[in-house]
Design a binder for this molecule. Sequence first.
Ligand code: ADP
Ligand code: MG
Length: 740
Amino acid sequence: MEAQPELPSTEVDTEMEVEDDQIPPSNSKDPPPILRLDQSVVNRIAAGEVIQRPVSAVKELVENSLDAGSTSISVVVKDGGLKLIQVSDDGHGIRKEDMPILCERHTTSKLSKFEDLQSIKSMGFRGEALASMTYVGHVTVTTITTGQLHGYRATYRDGVMEDEPKACAAVKGTQIMIENLFYNMAARRKTLQNSADDYPKIVDLISRFAIHHTDVSFSCRKHGAARADVHSVATPSRLDAIRSVYGVSVARNLVKIDVSDNDPSNSVFEMDGFISNANYIAKKITMVLFINDRLVDCGALKRAIEIVYGATLPKASKPFVYMSITLPPEHVDVNVHPTKREVSLLNQEVIIEKIQSVVELKLRSSNESRIFQEQTMDPSSSSPLATNQDSQKDPSKSVIKSQKTPVHKMIRTDSLDPAGRLHAYLQIKPSNNTERSSCLTSVRSSIRQRRNPKETADLTSIQELINEIDSTCHSGLLDTVRGCTYIGMADDVFALLQHNTHLYLANVINLSKELMYQQVLRRFAHFNAIQLSEPAPLSELLMLALKEEDVAADDNENDDLKEKIADMNTSLLKQKAEMLEEYFSIYIDSNGNLSRLPVILDQYTPDMDRVPEFVLCLGNDIDWEDEKNCFQSISAALANFYAMHTPLLPNPSGDGSQFYKKGTSSSSINGQGNDTTEDEYENDLLSEAENAWAQREWSIQHVLFPSLRLFFKPPNAMATNGTFVQVASLEKLYRIFERC
Ligand code: ADP
Ligand code: MG
């Protein structure tokens, strides 16, 4: 901790002596004495939590200005905020008589009793921010209230006003200046000085405020700079605000989105915002989220949106998202975090799911129109190929679109997409590429494909496999999958789903395996990669798998044989490495180490315990001779590996809990000992298992089902092989309940 205990203050002198006497020798087992920290240390530690970096101070100050009803807020920063942060506003100002206690801890004008928290609308309420700043920096406040002839200025240290407020000239509102932030926290100052300064973070923060509070004008600049880095003027149009802050290239690629629900038994909220379309390409997601006008983070919502983008627009999978959510104030717990940055919501899961599905719908429809244009563009493709791996086309919509867009205005004229100009040369694969982020890469790979006739042939076999999926798709199940709601896991294998008035049990292992298989084919040769933290030698993986295979058999005896098999398979896979890498993103280096695996569904990594089995399967079960069989069997092996199998450790929340009791075999002997205490469990193993199962359940809900809805073509076989079982029809159940 940065705060060096500066204990020698007067009131603790006696305690200090006691402490000196009793300092235990280092090898003593006596517990060290507990001492009361000096108040100034306590305050500084607490302050360091509220004000973690310069940008957190700026956030607090700007929120205060907003709370004061300002219409114009300007921020000036020197040295990343360490030398100076100055925030000026034109709000209601601070009364002179309040100035003496302004910077004491827990002094606020926004909250007087606990119940007020339930309906708090202001951003601040703890009365902690200004106080904190005075413990870690030098604070000067200049302020004037309406009707006053002049303003007042006062400086503060450690929560205390240093002198009587001095009369001074002032313009409407308040100006707060913090100098030498963290001057008394050497370690933090040093880390901050060494890292990139906070100025870009501050610019980012003000940009976010500016696009939400469109009735306030913001500016942010470096001290001494003539130009502001953020400069917004109040405007009634959100899109204009975004354009002026984030630029035309962002604003022109946004679509409006909104959704609301007003069902008290379910969720009550309104959301509106803007999300980027397929043309918006960025390296990182930008997620600007306001909940009840409070700038917050919500990791779960962010992930949920990323999944939808990854699934729908893999090439534009890092979106720009602005969302403003309003809920009844009593549904938001703002008090979960000292910086009020993370909030928790009533019915969070339901709200996230609703938002996720409108985003999905929006993207799917914008994606469809895009796909269509690409197809019309491509004169060489005679059949309407599945140009985008993820598109679920609706021909009727395409026709409508086709009438809107005159042929001569289609992609060839799209300056954003130079690759489009090569369309005429391309056969099948290039149309897969049109959404590519980097135009140059896209052009390069298109050219490579033209030079390499083999590639086209490969794709014919892949195309055949994809056609097989399409032609054996069960339309009834397709409706069910697209329209179902995931209710929960009924047991380790079956999920409970509702579709219209029917309840189904669905086998998630079968479903995920088939989905992975279909996705491998659709992403063929276009995978992103998962990098293993350490390259894994194939020979060891193979030995592991071989040993696992016959645990029952006598050990050692066959080890020689196993080693031979492992060696043979290793050299076989090394031979195939180039192909495995190019088409499946399975990377095997020249030393026979596995170091990369493909991303088949975004946000999902397979269970690494299953790598050995997968490698063995690659070595043993692939038909390398026939191209189509080869691709099919590799895809199937990957699918089996990535499927959402039950974790190898038994489910600790079910019967599996027995497994984690210490000395399970003997515990039955000392019979009645039913009052198990925690100590009797293998805690590490238990928590590992709990993690694995929780992770799997999360993936099933947030990755598997959303992806199934988007991409899955359920094969006919699934209607009869027990993958889907209808368990009840709600109409019948209602009838039964009516009789009761
Ligand atoms: P909180 O915002 O939680 O109330 P702060 O420490 O941030 O606590 O601010 C303490 C009080 O100072 C606020 O309640 C408000 O009355 C006053 N205040 C702070 N900044 C401003 C400002 N820019 N304009 C007017 N009043 C302010
Ligand atoms: Mg505040």
